[in-house]
Ligand binder design. Structure first.
Ligand code: ATP
Ligand code: LTN
Length: 327
C-alpha cells in the first residue's frame, strides 16, 4: 500500500517561487511514490477579506499552476476545498474538542493578527482546525509543506490523538514533510521575513507568472549586504536566500556554486540568477497558458477531483460522526 500525501495552497494572491520551492515542486517530485490529494484551499483564504470574483478566478489559477508545475490530475486528486462539504463539517466537530489554548499558541495566528487581535475574523483563529480537517479526512501520512506550517501539523496530530482517545481510533497521525533546503524562502526586499503572497510590497516575491522583465527588476534590486565574497553564510540573509534559490533551480551543490562565483560579485550572481529563474519558469508559464486557454477542461478536472475527494472524505466523516454519536 502506498503512503498518502495531502497538501494545499491558498488562492489568496499570486503564487511565488517560495510556494514552488517550498511546496509544489516537492509534491511533483514525490508524486509517483505516493497516493496524492492536492487541494486549492479557498476556505482558508476567506479567513481574511476576499473579493468574490477575484477569489473565484484565483482558485482556478492555483489549480492550473499545480498542473503547469507537473501535478497530473489523472494520477493525483486535484480539487477545490469548498466543493467538498466534509471539510466544513469535520471542522465544526473538531472545534468541539480543540482547546482555545492550543490555538492561542499558533505563531502564524499571532503574526497575522498582530495588533488587530480584536478585529480579525474568528476564522483566522480557527484556521488550523480547518487545516487539521483537510489532512485527517484523507488519512494522510505525509504533508509536504514549507517550514512555516510545521506547527499546524503538530497541532493536527494533537487533535487527532485527542479525538482517538475520546471516541476511539478514527484518525491517522500525519507527519510534515519539510525539505532542508528551500523550506523558507525569504522576501527579496526584506530577507529577514518570509516571502509571502499577502505582503504589501510587490518587490519581495518573484511570482510564478512574472514576466522576464519583472523577474529581472526584483532580483537585481534584492537586498544584500556590504560584505565581499559569495558564500553560503546563513548570517548573510539576503545573499544566502539568493544562493539557496540558485542551488534549488540549478541542481548544483553548494561547493560547486561557491567555486563558480569565486572572485565574482553580487551583480554577476544576480544576473545569472535572473537567467536561471526566467528559464526555470518559462516551461511552467507555457503550460499554464495552455491550460488556461481551455477553461472547460479545467472545470472538468476540478469536478472530477471533487467527486474523487468526496468519496474518500465522506467515508471518513461518516465514521467520525458515528464515533461522536452524531448519526
Ligand atoms: P500568505 O503569505 O498569504 O499566508 P503564503 O505565501 O505563505 O501565503 P500559503 O498558501 O500559506 O502561501 O502556503 C502554501 C505553501 O507554500 C505552504 O506549504 C507553505 O509552507 C509554502 N510556503 C509559503 N511561503 C513560503 C516560503 N517563503 N518559502 C517556502 N515555502 C513557503
Ligand atoms: N495552511 C496552509 C495551507 C493549507 C494546507 C492544508 C497545507 C490548508 N490546508 C492541508 C497542507 C495540508 C498554508 O500553507 N498556509
Amino acid at each position: 500500500m502506498k503512503k498518502k500525501v495531502f497538501s494545499g495552497v491558498q488562492p489568496s494572491g499570486n503564487l511565488h517561487i517560495g510556494n514552488y520551492l517550498g511546496a509544489i515542486r516537492n509534491w511533483v517530485e514525490v508524486q509517483g511514490q505516493y497516493e496524492n490529494v492536492f487541494c486549492v484551499v479557498n476556505a482558508h483564504a476567506i479567513t481574511v477579506p476576499q473579493e468574490p470574483a477575484v477569489l473565484h478566478a484565483k482558485t482556478r489559477e492555483v489549480a492550473a499552476i499545480y498542473m503547469a508545475c507537473g501535478i497530473d490530475p489523472e494520477e493525483s486528486v486535484v480539487f477545490v476545498q469548498s466543493h467538498v462539504p466534509a471539510h466544513f463539517e469535520l471542522t465544526w466537530m473538531l472545534n468541539g474538542i480543540t482547546p482555545m489554548g492550543w490555538l492561542n499558541r499558533m505563531t502564524q495566528f499571532k503574526e497575522k493578527a498582530g495588533e488587530e487581535r480584536e478585529s480579525v475574523s474568528t476564522g483566522l483563529f480557527d484556521y488550523p482546525v480547518l487545516m487539521a480537517s483537510d489532512i485527517l479526512l484523507y488519512d494522510a501520512d505525509l504533508v509536504p509543506v514549507g517550514s512555516d506550517q510545521t506547527q499546524h501539523i503538530e497541532l493536527t496530530r494533537d487533535i487527532a490523538q485527542r479525538f482517538n482517545y475520546l471516541f476511539g481510533d478514527t484518525f491517522k497521525l500525519p507527519q510534515a514533510l519539510v525539505r532542508e533546503t528551500g523550506a523558507r524562502i525569504m522576501a527579496l526586499d526584506e530577507p529577514t521575513k518570509k516571502m509571502s503572497k499577502s505582503s504589501e510590497s510587490p518587490m519581495g516575491a518573484v511570482d510564478l507568472l512574472d514576466t522576464p522583465d519583472a523577474i529581472k527588476r526584483k532580483i537585481m534590486r534584492a537586498v544584500t549586504d556590504p560584505l565581499r565574497g559569495i558564500a553560503f553564510d546563513p548570517e548573510r540573509h539576503g545573499l544566502f536566500n539568493l544562493l539557496t534559490i540558485y542551488q534549488l533551480l540549478s541542481g548544483s551543490s553548494r561547493d560547486q556554486i561557491e567555486s563558480h562565483f569565486e572572485g565574482k560579485g553580487y551583480a554577476e550572481l544576480k544576473r545569472e540568477l535572473v537567467d536561471l529563474v526566467v528559464e526555470s519558469l518559462r516551461p511552467i508559464q507555457e503550460r499554464y497558458a495552455q491550460i488556461m486557454a481551455e477553461p472547460q477542461y479545467l472545470e472538468d478536472v476540478l469536478a472530477r477531483g471533487a467527486e474523487r475527494a468526496s468519496v474518500i472524505s465522506e467515508a471518513k466523516l461518516r465514521q467520525a460522526k458515528e464515533h461522536m454519536g452524531l448519526l
